[in-house]
Ligand binder design. Structure first.
Ligand code: HEM
Length: 547
């Protein structure tokens, strides 16, 4: 480019009196600056577009791919990730701004999922970054733990979750909650003719339920009037404030914690609420168990099978067989509450919304329920009033179409839409992606449900039949259907969650038509769990034989 000729042209076309004799020399640096800036801009744009071709997104100097991310966050973040993954055959590398910890590899390729969740499980722990962020809330509990700390809890909890006593507890707690509280709340709502946020009602149901499983205590969130419960509020606030740490540079949130300001102040206060509740229950349970032990005839307390009682009675084999500390018991319970408090309820909320759009599926679920009720050998299905009809565990098990319909809802709307791991040594994914030690890997469950390469051309359709062979439910590979994770860290509450969702869904559907309020906006919220951003406003209509 001939800078001098351009400058001369400017000089000759400008008014001579204005430039005077020194005009040409004074103009030169200005023109050069503009042209250099234009040249740099052209270079940056060409470079970024080239990067877009090779990486899937334009990558700008200094800010990396942040502009694309910010544009994606403005709309539906999960759909944006899905679009990029589809264009990149299932994996892309996100380059964050310089000096941030936003660099990561995002994948939805089942081969990579199997590699990181099972084959090379040891190379992909939760990692210190995740643990440091969640430690104040979760302590050393199973959710953030790795290695031996994780293995010990997983083994003990796994034994408990597969015991007959635990299954009996889950079944009885659900009868108590659904028939004693959920149905009365819904009956009141129906009678009032008002709309209700079904997601909120379901969140209250599963929060109470998981507290009964973990602590053996019912906090009473789900009851008429839908009151605010301090423990539930504290838990919610503590979780939200913890999540903010993931989008705040580590040094910044640490400084905020030291100073006790901003979301760290909220976290400190809400953690105090969580701990107050937890330690109070632990203290009382220890006292009750000691009293029951002293009175050999009192079997009522020692027969409890909630997690807190089971772990309080256990001895720690790694520490000379002493009892577990209060802090350890607190961490166990808080972790299970976090894992089980909202995952099944948001799945149910999406399920009810999908049914509204797919009445044929709802019809088939109702037919299945009626067949099961009609098959009752003692004729209870015919004789008893609808309100009293309580599904038995073996009946819930026989609801295979409902099982398929819930799995299909979770395929499209997995309660955990994305998850995260950290690589501890250099690795290569089966698709050829090179991972340097310390790389963060995001696996996108939400996107996996929308990939033609995994589920075929109708991947976006809600079709429970894809889960059925000759009318029987057929599970899928955990690396293709990843809603419950896979490998050694497969969700421990999976069977319980299905039981809970089926029991609640069948009990509601047999009694009510759930009509989503017309015009109510349904979009996912940006959070670690796939909540509906505006809840699910519905009107209930009593079902009779005609509808
Ligand atoms: C629809 C309902 C549910 C879904 C979709 C679901 C999904 C998941 C997912 C994706 C993980 C892996 C999380 C991670 O490692 O980052 C997980 C782990 C876990 N889930 Fe669930 N979950 C559900 C219900 C429950 C319930 C009701 C409980 C307990 C009462 C529970 C207990 C756990 C536990 C303890 C883990 C940790 C397992 C480990 O790290 O070894 N889940 N779940």
């Amino acid at each position: 480019m001939d800078i001098s000729s351009g400058a001369a042209h400017n000089a000759t076309t400008a008014a001579p009196g204005f430039l005077g004799t020194g005009g040409l020399a004074g103009m030169l640096p200005e023109v050069q600056t503009v042209e250099i800036l234009v040249a740099i801009s052209i270079f940056v744009i060409i470079h970024s577009l080239r990067q877009r071709r090779s990486l899937g997104l334009p990558c700008w100097p200094v800010v990396g791919m942040l502009p694309s991310l910010l544009l994606g966050v403005r709309g539906d973040m999960y759909e944006w990730i899905t679009g990029v993954l589809n264009a990149r055959a299932g994996t892309f590398t996100f380059k964050g701004p310089w000096f941030t910890n936003l660099h990561c590899v995002v994948t939805s390729d089942p081969r990579n999922l199997e590699h990181l969740l099972k084959t090379k499980f040891g190379s992909f722990p939760k990692g210190p970054y995740f643990r440091d962020n969640v430690r104040d809330l979760l302590g050393d509990g199973i959710f953030g733990a790795d290695d031996d700390t994780w293995r010990r809890q997983r083994k003990a909890a796994s034994l408990e979750f597969h015991s007959a006593e635990f299954r009996a507890l889950t079944a009885s707690s659900l009868v108590e909650l659904v028939h004693g509280r959920l149905l009365p709340v819904l009956a009141e709502t129906e009678a009032s003719g008002e709309a209700v946020d079904l997601q909120d009602v379901l969140l209250r149901l599963t929060f109470d339920n998981v507290c009964m499983i973990a602590f053996g205590v019912d906090p009473g969130c789900l009851q008429k009037g839908l009151p605010e419960i301090p423990f539930a509020r504290a838990f919610e606030d503590a979780t939200e404030a913890t999540i903010v740490r993931f989008v705040t540079p580590t040094t910044v949130w640490r400084a905020m914690r030291a100073l006790g300001v901003g979301h760290e102040r909220v976290l400190r206060k809400s953690l105090a609420g969580v701990d107050e509740f937890a330690y109070d229950v632990i203290r009382k349970r220890r006292e009750e168990l000691a009293t029951a032990e002293a009175d050999a005839d009192d079997k009522s307390l020692t027969a409890r099978s909630d997690l807190l009682t089971v772990f309080t009675k256990m001895r720690d084999p790694d520490h000379g067989g002493v009892a577990y500390s209060d802090k350890f018991l607190r961490d166990i319970c808080v972790n299970f509450i976090l894992a089980g408090r909202d995952t099944s309820s948001v799945a149910l909320a999406w399920f009810f919304w999908l049914l509204g759009k797919n009445p044929a599926v709802e019809g088939k679920i109702l037919e299945e329920i009626e067949r099961i009720v009609a098959a009752r050998s003692d004729g209870r299905g015919e004789e008893k009033e609808e309100e009293e009809l309580v599904f038995q565990p073996e009946e819930v098990k026989r609801m295979e179409y409902l099982h398929a319909a819930l799995s299909e809802a979770l395929r499209l709307y997995p309660s955990v839409p994305v998850d995260h791991k950290e690589v501890v040594e250099d690795e290569v994914f089966p698709d050829g992606t090179v991972l340097k030690k310390g790389t963060k890997v995001i696996y996108a469950m939400y996107s996996m449900g929308r990939m033609e390469s995994i589920w075929g051309e109708d991947c976006r359709d809600y079709r429970p039949e894809r889960w059925l062979r000759d009318g029987r439910f057929m599970g899928e590979s955990a690396y293709k259907f990843t809603a419950f994770n896979g490998g050694p860290r497969l969700c421990l509450g999976k069977d319980f969650a299905y039981y809970q969702m089926k029991f609640a869904a069948a009990s509601i559907l047999r009694r009510y038509r759930v009509n989503v309020v017309e015009g109510h906006p349904v979009v996912p919220k940006m959070a670690l769990t796939l909540y509906m951003k505006h809840g699910l406003k519905v009107m209930l209509a009593k079902r009779d034989k005609a509808n």
